[in-house]
Design a protein around this ligand. Structure first.
Ligand code: 8OZ
Length: 363
């Protein structure tokens, strides 16, 4: 039998298989309120055959919001709106964790409280666009606003926002949380030399640049338990404005610190996500040597490649993104060697049922 169908225990998370659903932004939440939409329970229940579902990125505070239509996990109303999702996934025998997101500078003043500038490690604008919605609810892309640098005295409150979001995720029925430290969002803006020009103890050395991420991990674990906490990293950023002096060395330093905290899993977003360089084998071995928990690989894997990497001991599970958009029953299709539906990019972001809950299953 394929190693993909061997059960896996990641901390306290019992996964029926090693085919995980990667976090997928779909921008179908209700505004104002940033509430999961009415179709979210069906959408996630359809995909409950995943060994573990990682929810779409979910912002931890109003300031953490960077995309129109993304959901939040900072209000009691949002907790109530997530319960039908977690209940539906559990009723179908699935497991789901909430991905905790602070976008930092990948935002626009129009989405920020009071129309203020977004925040980041330093006042350096991302060379990126984000997604807003027009009066008709249509998604459009716009350049990110120039951020302001967070004052050092704001950081404890920011760390506490992650702890409060963790408390709400637990109250909403999630099985755990995944800290989003990847893809150029706030925590990676502190980690990367190009985006972090701070001259306090959160900037300069990699120990200083990793400080906020590790304080967030410790606060989230203290709020719930390390066995319920995963983290997503993007060790080889392709984007120039996340350039680092020693990407491999800095990533291995971070993973070594994470490896001492008893976390449920390390989720590694691989270069394919944005077309960066392939992860080198010795770097993969470096991750395994430093992280004793479950390691999950994500990055447009083909099935044979995932099986090969699991059998080589480099990863323990694989997270599929776009394939899970188009194939609610992806694990069944993989088990049967059945063909996969092709995702339709025009309905990835925004909209309603089309391209969300209407992809066909096998039977
Ligand atoms: C949260 C995202 C990420 O992690 O890259 C995201 C956001 C918008 C579109 C695609 C992906």
């Amino acid at each position: 039998a394929s190693p993909l169908f061997e059960p896996l225990r990641a901390g306290a998370l019992d996964c029926a298989n090693r085919i995980w659903m990667a976090p997928l932004t779909r921008l179908r939440s209700i505004e104002p309120g940033d509430l999961p939409g009415p179709l979210a329970p069906l959408y996630y229940r359809q995909r409950a055959g995943a060994g573990l579902i990682v929810s779409e990125a979910t912002h931890i505070s109003p300031q953490a919001k960077g995309y129109a239509g993304a959901p939040g996990i900072y209000s009691d109303e949002q907790v109530e709106a997530w319960k039908p999702v977690t209940d539906a996934v559990h009723a179908a025998g699935g497991r789901i964790v909430c991905q905790l997101w602070h976008v930092g500078r990948i935002s626009h003043s129009r989405l920020q409280p009071g129309g203020l500038a977004p925040v980041s490690a330093s006042a350096i604008a991302a060379q990126a666009r984000t997604s807003l919605k027009d009066a008709n609810g249509e998604v459009y892309r716009e350049a990110c606003s120039t951020p302001r640098a967070l004052e050092r005295c704001e950081l404890p409150g920011l760390v506490d926002s992650y702890a409060m979001a963790t408390r709400r995720a637990r109250a909403a029925g999630f099985d755990g949380v995944e800290i989003h430290a990847a893809h150029g969002y706030l925590l990676q803006q502190f980690l990367a030399a190009a985006s972090n020009q701070r001259d306090d103890d959160y900037g300069g050395s990699i120990e200083n640049r990793a400080r906020l991420c590790l304080q967030v991990v410790d606060a989230v674990c203290a709020e719930w338990a390390p066995e319920r906490v995963g983290i997503r990293i993007y060790p080889c950023p392709a984007a120039a404005d996340l350039a680092d002096d020693d990407p491999d060395g800095n990533a291995l330093y971070l993973v070594e610190q994470l490896g001492r905290r008893g976390l449920a899993y390390l989720h590694v977003s691989e270069p394919d996500w944005a077309g960066g360089p392939e992860l080198r084998p010795q770097f993969r071995q470096g991750l395994r040597a430093r992280f004793p928990g479950v390691i999950v690989g994500a990055g447009n894997y083909q099935v044979p490649e995932a099986v090969e990497r699991i059998q080589a001991g480099l990863i323990d599970a694989v997270a599929f993104g776009r394939p899970f958009i188009a194939n609610p029953d992806l694990p069944a299709r993989i088990r049967q060697g059945a063909p996969w539906n092709t995702p339709e990019p025009q309905s990835f972001y925004g909209g309603g049922a089309a391209g969300y809950t209407d992809y066909p299953t096998l039977e």
